[in-house]
Design a protein around this ligand. Structure first.
Ligand code: MN
Length: 219
């Protein structure tokens, strides 16, 4: 471990979940999911588990390991936690398109998450299969006529950073972390019918045939 990584880890260890630490509780790991979504336009959906829901951002150009590259992250409404692992194709209507679970794992905030979201500045660690190290989400000032809330997702400099000319993680690792399949392979599978929120599944479906939640769609 390099000195810089050690320094960052120490900083995070000290800063994580101060309220829970003061209460003598161990910080609970929070899950994150990143789905590739071939909808009207191909995009990626970043979902961070917090307070029982998935805080979600749509990334039109996906994540990038290069700290000099800023990627737009459009704030979405909160999603239900089970929808994070979704993979498959919704045939038509709201949210139509093919979804691939591109990355998943755990995330660690370096501060109080609610406060950070209010302030528009969240720094966090990702412990995913593809995305690791320190990242930040920063809310941009809205233009007066803008209806969507734009944030910027950026890789912070650390040992996990890579220059884009060296590594484009989206090109290097296009496969699903759940099934190893590509988007094209998933799209060839029979479509799965969306469930209405709150609908109980009758029985456990095959791993590649999990129904998508109807609320999982934002376009
Ligand atoms: Mn989407």
């Amino acid at each position: 471990m390099s000195p810089s990584t050690f320094h960052q880890k120490t900083l995070f260890d000290q800063a994580i979940e101060p309220a829970e630490r003061r209460a003598g509780l161990k910080a609970k790991p929070r899950r994150f999911f990143l789905q590739m979504h071939d909808a009207t336009r191909l995009h990626y959906d970043l979902r961070l588990e917090h307070a029982g829901v998935l805080k979600s951002w749509a990334l039109p150009k996906g994540p990038c390991l290069d700290p000099v590259v800023r990627r737009l992250a459009v704030l979405l409404k909160n999603h239900a936690v089970p929808s994070g692992t979704n993979e498959g194709t919704i045939p038509a209507g709201y949210g139509a398109g093919t979804v691939l679970l591109w990355d998943c794992g755990f995330w660690l905030p370096d501060q109080d998450v609610d406060q950070a979201l209010r302030d528009g500045q969240l720094t966090f660690q990702l412990h995913g299969k593809k995305l690791k190290g320190i990242w930040s989400l920063t809310r941009m000032k809205p233009r007066y006529d803008e209806r969507q809330v734009n944030w910027i997702l950026k890789k912070e400099p650390d040992d996990e950073a890579r220059s884009l000319s060296e590594t484009d993680i989206l090109v290097a690792r296009p496969e699903s972390v759940r099934s190893g399949r590509t988007l094209a392979e998933i799209a060839q599978e029979p479509p799965v019918m969306p469930l209405k929120p709150g609908t109980k599944r009758a029985r456990k479906p095959a791993p590649n045939q999990l129904p998508l939640l109807a609320e999982d769609a934002e376009e």
